[in-house]
Design a protein around this ligand. Structure first.
Ligand SMILES: Cc1cc2nc3c(=O)[nH]c(=O)nc-3n(C[C@H](O)[C@H](O)[C@H](O)COP(=O)(O)OP(=O)(O)OC[C@H]3O[C@@H](n4cnc5c(N)ncnc54)[C@H](O)[C@@H]3O)c2cc1C
Length: 418
């Protein structure tokens, strides 16, 4: 990637997203002016390729602007292949090795963007996510990338070249990059376009589902959880052999917070969540100690020292525990309490879906793509990058890192075509 100096940023002219009417030919046309598309555009254009970016939204990089609460968690210092979900867990390795978190951080530094680290290596802008979007747009400006927003793509066909029919006219190109992202937050412009294009060219799709999304409940469980809305506590949650230790938040609809968002990407309908409400405490030892120190204390009072007060009666009621004095607790009851607090089992009825999901799990099957270039193995010149591909990051900056890495891989591959 050609990193951009501060001087170049100041010298930047008008925004590059200006409509240029008429049929024109480009080295590459990128569909989707999001994180991956802009990364790919700047990379290919930096090596002299003519690049057109098309997007149906009113401006580029909308998800970048709202990400990380407006501060964009742009990468994670500890990014490895283990932070990604994919039918082929090795697929992301090549792209991450060629343009990893360190490379993006170096570019951020060189661009003079100040940032800070939060827990688990998550990096955020100090000021605004707009800094990252401006950084991505800078090489697009410098190297003449055309960005057309408000553009509906009607068809993508391939003969000798690719032909695109759009609401802004027809365009042809040597290659086409699909960077239309996932299905989450349709009201921000997310569509299934990329998956439909993949299918129309005969590529296999790994069934998409909402990921990094809050859980919902029905019936009396929903009613009970609702009474706890607003309460947050650090837990460890497990499902399908995966565990995450982060905060859990009770909401009016069910459960959210980083721990629940993380595990939601693995959860499947019908699965139970195994929640350790006290991951850092051995409740058996704790009760034994309290029994010695305060035998007259009520069980509920003592448990309230460890978990939020409002949660205690709900747990006790649902597990037919009576609120007795500690000295009256038998060994079996202590074991029952330990089991409950270390393995609280809940079965969500679903998730909030794409309306609030941060990502889509699944997408274009990685078996269909070269891991070095992101190009289709079947269709020469057709690339898929970013979230539309079956590579989904954990929460914490990994999804953007995948957008940068895969965008760079495709951009370099396009640059290499003579
Ligand atoms: C609320 C929220 C916060 C997030 N915060 C973070 C974070 O802090 N860190 C992190 O790593 N990840 C975060 N993510 C995830 C991250 O935003 C995505 O993984 C990332 O943007 C994917 O990049 P992409 O380029 O593949 O897709 P996108 O950035 O979504 O870009 C896709 C582009 O394609 C365009 N498009 C879609 N359909 C069509 C069509 N039919 N025709 C033309 N154009 C089309 C869209 O308008 C969009 O501009 C967040 C997601 C959400 C929803």
């Amino acid at each position: 990637m050609t990193a951009v100096s501060e001087k170049q940023m100041k010298d930047a002219g008008s925004p590059p997203y200006v409509h240029n009417p008429g049929m024109q030919h480009y080295d590459t046309i990128i569909i989707g002016a999001g994180a991956a598309g802009l990364m790919c555009a700047g990379t290919a254009a930096g090596f002299g390729k003519s690049v057109l970016v098309l997007d149906h939204a009113d401006k580029p990089g909308k998800k970048i602007l709202i990400s990380g609460g407006g501060r964009c968690n742009f990468t994670n210092r500890f990014t490895t292949a283990a932070n990604f979900i994919s039918a082929n867990p090795h697929f992301c390795k090549s792209a991450l090795a060629r343009f990893g978190a360190d490379d993006f951080i170096a570019w951020v530094k060189q661009s003079g963007i100040s940032y800070h680290e939060r827990k688990h290596g998550q990096l955020f802008c100090d000021d605004s996510a707009r800094d990252i979007l401006d950084m991505l747009l800078q090489p697009c400006r410098d190297f003449g990338v055309q960005i057309h927003t408000h553009t509906d793509i009607q068809s993508v066909e391939k003969a000798n070249r690719f032909l695109l029919r759009t609401s802004k006219g027809n365009f042809s190109a040597e290659s086409v990059v699909i960077a239309t992202g996932g299905l989450s937050i349709p009201k921000m412009g997310a569509t299934a376009f990329g998956l439909k294009i993949a299918e129309s060219f005969g590529l296999n799709i790994i069934r998409p589902v909402a990921g990094l999304v809050p859980f919902t409940f029905t019936g009396h469980e929903k009613g009970e959880l609702k009474t706890l809305a607003g309460i947050s506590l650090d837990v460890s949650v497990s499902c399908r052999g995966q565990s995450f230790s982060e905060a859990m938040l009770f909401t009016h609809r069910g459960l959210s917070g980083p721990a629940m968002l993380q595990i939601s990407s693995y959860w499947q309908p019908g699965d139970e969540l195994d929640i350790n409400l006290l991951p850092d405490v051995d409740i058996t030892d704790f009760l034994a100690l309290k029994c010695r120190q305060r035998p007259q204390a009520q069980l509920g009072t003592v448990l309230s020292e460890l978990i939020p007060r409002r949660l205690v009666p709900l747990l006790m009621k649902n597990h037919t525990m009576t609120d007795k004095k500690l000295r009256q607790l038998g060994e079996k009851e202590q074991q029952q309490i330990a089991l409950l607090l270390h393995h609280w089992r809940l079965k969500p009825n679903g998730t909030e879906g794409y309306r609030t999901a941060e990502v889509t799990v699944g997408g274009v099957d990685t078996d269909e793509l070269s891991s070095r270039t992101m190009m289709s193995k079947q269709v020469n010149g057709l690339y898929f990058i970013g979230e539309v591909v079956d590579v989904t990051g954990h929460l914490g900056g990994f999804n953007f890192q995948w957008a940068w890495s895969s965008g760079y891989a495709a951009g370099m591959a396009i640059a290499e075509v003579s």
